[in-house]
Unconditional design. Sequence first.
Length: 300
Amino acid sequence: MAPSVGYAALFVDFENIYYYFKNRLPPDMDPADASVSVLRNLQNKVKVERSEKCIVQHAYADFDRVQTGAMNSLFLMGIEPHHVVGTEQKNAADMKLCIDAMNILYTRPDVHTFYLMAGDRDYIPVIRHLEEHGREVLVVAFRKQTSWDLLKIVGDGYWDASDMIDPSTRVVMAEPIQPSPSQSKKSMSVRAAVSMPVPLEPLLPVDFKDPLAIDDQYVYNSLVVLMEHFQDKPEVWISPYLHRLRDGLPELEDWERKHLISDLVEVGAVKVEKRRGEPNDYSVLVVNWNHPDVRELVKT
């Protein structure tokens, strides 16, 4: 009888890891090397802490964008790379990963545990399906890139990939990311500034949250996109704004870009209001012109 425990399968959204490091490491460090290192530490953790062997291992990415050298490193680790064309076709990589996971479910009864290194909520159906068929699922992802819906579904079956970053890499990442907040604010302010008059008198409505300084680079960059493209609008439709965010922050998942709106609300930079429309109501963003980062971006 085939063993019910001991063997595992690993499925990796490699682009997700790669861009996590690409946006946090200095330019002289290779994000592909850091990504491979995390996977190597994950393999060791599975072996030592779980006494399991990953006999099936797959990684998915557009390796033309993610440096082809990463493919050789993955091969040497026993991880089979799968080239999926184009970051704009990110859903194709998700689909390929899910199809391969289902194939292992139905053809390899000896594989008891599935490790998914991905944080997108789109994986929730496949996770539930695997669990319904008696398999254990562990999600491995960077918490900042993990859907809250996914976290709630997996519960204790979650490992924070940040714990698997090499100490030498972690020390470098503790420094301001590239570009650093101070550098990016200075350069982006020049790009986003316009000569039009902006109301800077006290106009803070009671439903704006108290203004907080933006210390997250992605949140700040999302504000830059807002001011660059919609500064002349009294209110901003959310769909066109998300379209601009997709162009400006292509490395993020759709859910991550949508979550940036909530982040902007939390720091008091915008508020979301409902408007009546035909045939359907819609939501708009209203900018808090008194927020310190907003004021900086509109300086002339």
